[in-house]
Design a protein around this ligand. Structure first.
Ligand SMILES: Nc1ncnc2c1ncn2[C@@H]1O[C@H](COP(=O)(O)OP(=O)(O)O)[C@@H](O)[C@H]1O
Ligand SMILES: [Mg+2]
Length: 380
């Protein structure tokens, strides 16, 4: 499988956590709220052990395991998200692209419901059927209107199973399509008028059903959501990673994992990874580490993009080995990231080189001296 979902990737961790904490679970949750938070944030390197009373009974679960950290960010944000999902409102994760909103929603769904696959990807072409249900016309013609002829959307399947449904990029759907969610979230049921004779046919949500939606601030904004729908969600803003060292560690871990999948090792020096992340952070924040102002490009300089540049450089070293300096690859990939939206951004990248990069080169930081010497590559 090219991209196994978290419930497959972390099957052992999930089985362990379900058994680990015998405390009270919110209705429909497969584990306690605390265990969900631990799954997302990790156990801080500590090996957790099944409590004595449980260990004998749960022979199929691992007896002891280190929970890997997955989301890098605020524990309080994750706690609020879990609590929201145990309550009456849906959860809406908003933020810049590449801040791990989708990843967080997958992790939450895997831990809470055991599946992250009940997903609708919002686009300008998403229809109401994709949020509600469609029909199997062959069955409809053969048997007439009949519950079996309903083709459930992932949302309806989640209602029937008592699972979380994920709606990616909900604000890209047309507002009238988004509004199909209003009654689902407030009534927790879905009427099927086509099957209603004298008795209405209603699909009721089982305990555990809820919705996690994500929205990018760069697309059609959250401001265009109807007030009625907004009120059915608790909003959580997912910010970019605050701490530079955390971001460098994450980029290294992700790029290493990517290389492992290519059956190779990440042979990129820490100093190079640090330089990549520093460039991304400076341009994202509009301010260098040392405190100089930088003109921000209009495009997003996300952690996800930094991971992809680091992985590309790693793959290049693995598949096209040579004795050249890997730093020489950075300007090319960086130009690709920076100039994808606005041609003016290329000028901003050059200005960054002539300001911040030059200053660092002048203070004799070797890696920055090299990068400054490579300025010509940015102009090709
Ligand atoms: N705070 C973070 N914690 C963990 N991974 C992150 C974080 N921010 C970015 N990433 C990386 O970026 C990738 C892309 O994130 P994604 O969930 O697609 O972002 P979004 O949905 O916000 O656009 C993640 O898979 C992960 O590798
Ligand atoms: Mg996303």
């Amino acid at each position: 499988m090219q991209a196994p979902p978290p419930e497959v990737l972390f099957e052992d961790e999930l089985r362990f956590l379900e058994a680990w904490d015998p405390g009270r679970r919110p209705r429909g949750f497969r584990m306690t709220a605390g265990a969900v938070v631990t799954f997302v944030m990790g156990s801080g390197g500590e090996a957790l052990k099944l409590p004595k009373g449980v260990a004998g009974k749960k022979k199929d679960a691992p007896q002891s395991i280190v929970i890997t950290p997955k989301f890098v960010g605020s524990r309080a944000l994750v706690e609020r998200s879990v609590v929201t999902l145990a309550g009456e409102r849906g959860l809406l994760l908003v933020g810049e692209p590449g801040t791990a909103k989708s990843m967080l929603s997958e992790m939450l769904a895997a831990a809470i419901s055991g599946t992250s696959s009940l997903t609708v990807q919002g686009t300008a072409g998403t229809t109401e059927d994709q949020l509600r249900y469609g029909w199997n016309y062959a069955l409809l013609l053969a048997k007439g209107p009949h519950p079996e002829a309903i083709v459930p959307s992932p949302v309806l399947t989640a209602m029937r199973r008592g699972s979380l449904a994920r709606i990616e990029e909900v604000t890209r759907c047309l507002p009238e399509v988004q509004d199909a969610l209003v009654s689902i979230l407030s009534d927790r049921r879905l009427a099927v008028p086509e099957l209603s004779g004298s008795d209405p046919h209603v699909e009721n949500a089982e305990e555990g059903f809820n919705v996690i939606a994500t929205a990018n601030l760069r697309d059609r904004g959250v401001s265009e959501m109807s007030a009625a729908l907004k009120r059915r969600f608790n909003f959580e803003t997912v910010p970019p990673i605050a701490d530079a060292r955390d971001e460098i560690a994450l980029v290294k871990a992700r790029a290493s994992r990517m290389l492992e999948r290519a059956e190779a090792k990440l042979e990129v020096d820490d100093a190079v990874l640090e330089a990549i992340v520093t460039v991304f952070r400076d341009l994202r924040l509009g301010r260098t580490e040392e405190g100089y102002a930088v003109e921000k490009p209009g495009t997003v300089m996300s952690t996800a993009e930094a991971v992809s540049v680091a992985s590309s450089i790693g793959l290049s070293a693995a598949f096209l080995p040579s004795d050249r300096d890997l730093l020489g690859l950075l300007p090319g990939y960086l130009t690709g990231v920076v100039t994808k939206d606005d041609p003016k951004d290329h000028g901003r990248l050059l200005a960054y080189w002539d300001g911040a990069v030059k200053k660092r080169a002048e203070s004799k930081l070797r890696i920055w001296q090299t990068l400054y010497e490579l300025r010509g590559l940015l102009e090709r």
